[in-house]
Design a protein around this ligand. Structure first.
Ligand SMILES: [Zn+2]
Length: 341
C-alpha cells in the first residue's frame, strides 16, 4: 500500500542545487510561548553534478556527541568541488534531544530510534522519523547513522552493520564496514532491546538502502581517539562510494575485525536493583557460566550480594556506565567471531 500522506516538515534547502547550502528543516511546534513557531533542525546539502547521494546523520540520540561532531566537522570542511554526487548531512537529527543532552526528546519523551517509519500527524519525534523515511530516504543511495553508548553505556569503538536478505545489499554493507575500518565491526541480528525495524537503520533497510551504523564510545562524552577514527572512517566510506576520489582515502591502522551479535542471550541484564560490581571489563573474552557481576544492597550491607553469570560466551562489547542499577538494565552486551545465524 502506498503511503500518500505528506510530511509536515519543510526544508529551507534545494536538494537539486549544485554547491553547498546550510539551512534548516522546519519542524513546526505550536507552544504557549510561540504559537506559529518552528524548531530549526540544521541540514547541509553539498552537491556537485551527478553521482550517488549519501545521507549522513548524527544526533539521532541527543546524548551521543561523537557523531554530532564528526558530521559537523565533515559538513564544514568538505567543498562542493571535492565531491561527485551529493551529501545530505544532518549532524543533530533529533535537535530537541541534542539541545537537552538526552537520549530522548524532552518534548514528547520519545526515542527517535524507536519511532520509524514515523507518523506525519504524530508527536514531534514521530514527525522527524516520517520526514526522514518519506522525504530523505528516496533521495539516498546509502546511509551513515553514527551512534555511541550515550549516557548509560560505553562501547568498544565499533561500526555496526545490519543483515540484509538481499545479497547485493548485504555485500554493500560489508564493503561499508570494510571502508570504515573501525577496530571492531559487529553485524547485529537484532533483539527486542535494540529496536529492530523501528530504528533509522530499519527504516533505511525497508527503503532498500545500504546502511552503516556505529557505536563509537559513549558515557555521554567524546574522546579524541573516537573522533579520529570515525572522521577517517566516514571519509573513507565516501571514497568507497565514489563521492570522494581515491586520492582522498586515508590510511587505516588494520582491517576491521568482523563480529556478530545474536539475540537476547547476547545481552546481559541486571536481575536485581542495587549497586552493581562488574567482574569483567570492556574487550574481555568471557565464557558461558562465568561470573559477570555482583549486585549489592547499600541499605543492607550485611546481606550477601547476588552473583550473576553470563549465559553466552563472547567478547564484552559494551558495559553499563552508572553504578546504580535497576532490574532490567543492560549491564553488558557480547559479540562473537562466529555468526549465530
Ligand atoms: Zn544511539
Amino acid at each position: 500500500m502506498t503511503d500518500t500522506r505528506r510530511s509536515r516538515l519543510v526544508a529551507e534547502v534545494d536538494f537539486e542545487k549544485n554547491g553547498k547550502q546550510n539551512g534548516l528543516v522546519r519542524l513546526f511546534h505550536s507552544t504557549h510561548a510561540s504559537a506559529y513557531g518552528f524548531i530549526g533542525i540544521p541540514i547541509v546539502v553539498i552537491k556537485n553534478g551527478t553521482g550517488p547521494t549519501g545521507l549522513l546523520f548524527g544526533g539521532n540520540h541527543g546524548d551521543e556527541y561523537e557523531g554530532q561532531l564528526v558530521m559537523a566537522n565533515l559538513a564544514r570542511s568538505l567543498k562542493p568541488e571535492q565531491i561527485s554526487g551529493r551529501l545530505i548531512i544532518m549532524p543533530c537529527l533529533n535537535l530537541p534531544a541534542g539541545m537537552a543532552g538526552r537520549r530522548t526528546s524532552p518534548i514528547d519523551d520519545a526515542n527517535l530510534n524507536r519511532s520509524f517509519p514515523g507518523n506525519p500527524d504524530g508527536t514531534v519525534t514521530q514527525q522527524i522519523a516520517y520526514y526522514v523515511q518519506r522525504n530523505l530516504f528516496p533521495l539516498g543511495d546509502f546511509v551513515v547513522d553514527l551512534h555511541s553508548g550515550g549516557s548509560s553505556l560505553m562501547y568498544v569503538p565499533s561500526a555496526v552493520g545490519r543483515k540484509s536478505s538481499d545479497p547485493k545489499r548485504h555485500a554493500s554493507m560489508l564493503a561499508l564496514l570494510d571502508a570504515f575500518a573501525a577496530p571492531i565491526s559487529f553485524i547485529a541480528a537484532g533483539s527486542e532491546g535494540t529496536g529492530q525495524d523501528q530504528t533509522l537503520t530499519g527504516g533505511a533497510d525497508a527503503a532498500g538502502l545500504s546502511v552503516l551504523g556505529s557505536e563509537l564510545g559513549g558515557t555521554g562524552t567524546v574522546t579524541a581517539a573516537a573522533l579520529r577514527f570515525a572522521e577517517r572512517g566516514v571519509r573513507n566510506v565516501l571514497v568507497d562510494r565514489g563521492i570522494l576520489p581515491p586520492k582522498e582515502r586515508l590510511p587505516t591502522d588494520k582491517p576491521t575485525r568482523i563480529m556478530y551479535t545474536g539475540g537476547d542471550d547476547y545481552f546481559f541484564y541486571a536481575s536485581e536493583t542495587g549497586v552493581w560490581e562488574p567482574l569483567v571489563e570492556l574487550g574481555d573474552m568471557v565464557t558461558k557460566g562465568q561470573p559477570a557481576a555482583r549486585i549489592h544492597w547499600p541499605e543492607s550491607p550485611w546481606n550477601e550480594p547476588v552473583t550473576v553469570h553470563f549465559k553466552h560466551a563472547g567478547m564484552v562489547l559494551c558495559k553499563r556506565v552508572p553504578g546504580r542499577t535497576t532490574r532490567g538494565d543492560c549491564l553488558f552486551h557480547l559479540g562473537t567471531d562466529e555468526d549465530p545465524g
